[in-house]
Design a protein around this ligand. Structure first.
Ligand code: ZN
Length: 434
């Protein structure tokens, strides 16, 4: 998994940003400008200019998509009440939802036709109000908050709410038929948390830490530790998932501009090295050459582990005709050694030689993906053999990694992988989104 760099979206901010994805390929951002009005900017292929929605704000905005073609925006007005404005072909006027707020609102769509709003009241407790045909009264969820709440829908019929408690720790409460008690997630907060669901069963939470850097924690069956994403923050972060395997995060930087950072899963081949005889070209060099070639088609190579194996009877391994699906007893014995390797990890056995002699051989027993590479292999043999393991076949073209004429005869280093080969590699279960 990879965090990409920060990009600046420019400088009208006086509040933390609020973000809402509104349809596939579209991203809407709302902020309070230097004139205290609400400003809006969106991404749809490229970033638009800013547009002003008018001027009643005393809090950062909260935004939510609520059905196709509709955006709902909530803010605290000059009367401390919650105000609501929506876009449905055009922008409506503002409507007031009443006056219990002492924090920024948090908003979460929870089902078709329903909208849930959370705010901190004058008693510092969390209050909840919802729209379902009409607006409900406010209900109190109890009193640990010292920050604005962050809320997110996480699966059918469930809402998760996060707040900073009186101990500055992050607290979590959820609705699933009824409201749970609060649970503490630990104590590095200096900002309101921002939350983004990323896919079923996963929940991502972002906060500013005591070092002013952005911190990230996620739930996937259990809560992870915190990780730091670096230090440009002067506002609470806002986060939104925008498409499979993508998270977008927005913050106000020290220059008061809005900054954007995103997370994207990267297709990755995980390689474990099992060494019977070290090759003449170091394994690290072969891995770097493999990375150079695979990076040209957007595939990362992770060196997951190295283990020395003392198996002298398999060091000149009988590979027969080296055909996939037809392995020898010696290959079966060698490929049984998969310490540390997951089911979809590739294990490469570095041996003295094969019988008959090849530079390598990618034939492997079912369920044990891997290859052998011999002592006298070339700098390209590792990437070539793993290419076979990922489903590639020989071609008669010495400009390409998968040349069948021997990788020693490659004429244009680094060699090519063509588009159809890339598709095959990405479709392999051995290319994992990490
Ligand atoms: Zn080959």
């Amino acid at each position: 998994m990879t965090w990409l760099g920060w990009e600046s979206l420019g400088g009208v901010l006086t509040s933390g940003p609020a973000v809402s994805s509104w349809s596939n390929g579209r991203l809407d951002c709302f902020v309070r400008g230097t004139d205290s009005a609400l400003w809006h900017k969106w991404f749809d292929g490229g970033w638009s200019g800013w547009e002003s929605l008018g001027g009643i704000l005393t809090s950062s905005p909260a935004a939510v998509s609520w059905g196709r073609g509709r955006i709902d925006v909530f803010v605290r007005g000059t009367d401390s009440a919650l105000w609501h404005k929506w876009f449905d072909g055009g922008w409506s006027g503002w409507e007031s939802l009443g006056g219990v707020l002492t924090s920024e609102p948090a908003v979460c769509s929870w089902a078709s036709g329903r909208l849930d709003v959370f705010a901190r009241g004058t008693d510092s407790a969390l209050w909840h109000k919802w729209f379902d045909g009409g607006w409900s009264g406010w209900e109190s969820l109890g009193g640990v908050l010292t920050s604005g709440p962050g809320a997110v829908s996480w699966g059918r019929g469930r809402i998760d709410v996060f707040g900073a408690g009186t101990d500055s720790a992050l607290w979590h409460k959820w609705f699933d038929g009824g409201w749970s008690g609060w649970e503490s997630l630990g104590g590095i907060l200096t900002s309101t948390p921002a939350v983004s669901s990323w896919r079923p069963g996963r929940l991502d939470v972002f906060v500013a830490g005591t070092d002013s850097a952005m911190w990230h924690k996620w739930f996937q069956n259990g809560w992870s530790g915190w990780e730091s994403l670096g230090g440009v923050l002067t506002s609470a972060p806002a986060a939104v998932s925008w498409g499979p395997n993508r998270i977008d995060t927005f913050v106000m930087g020290t220059d008061s501009a809005m900054w954007h950072k995103w997370w994207s899963a990267v297709p990755t081949v995980r390689v474990h090295a099992k060494v019977l005889t070290a090759p003449n070209i170091p394994i690290a060099t072969m891995l770097q050459r493999m990375r150079d070639v695979y990076a040209s088609v957007g595939i990362a190579v992770e060196h997951a582990s190295t283990e020395n194996l003392n198996l002298p009877t398999l060091n000149d391994v009988d590979v027969g005709a080296c055909t996939l699906g037809n392995t020898t007893a010696e290959q079966n014995a060698l490929f049984a050694n998969r310490n540390n390797a997951g089911a979809n990890d590739v294990v490469v056995y570095f041996v003295r030689s094969t019988v008959p002699p090849f530079n390598g051989c990618a034939a492997h027993p079912a369920g044990r993906p891997g290859a052998v590479v011999v002592q006298g292999a070339t700098q390209w043999t590792l990437g070539h053999e793993v290419g076979h393991v990922l489903g590639l076949f020989h071609v008669n073209d010495n400009d390409r990694l998968m040349t069948g004429n021997g990788t020693a005869n490659i004429t244009n280093p680094p060699p090519d992988i063509i588009g159809s080969e890339r598709t095959t590699m990405l479709n392999s279960a051995l290319t994992q989104d990490i």
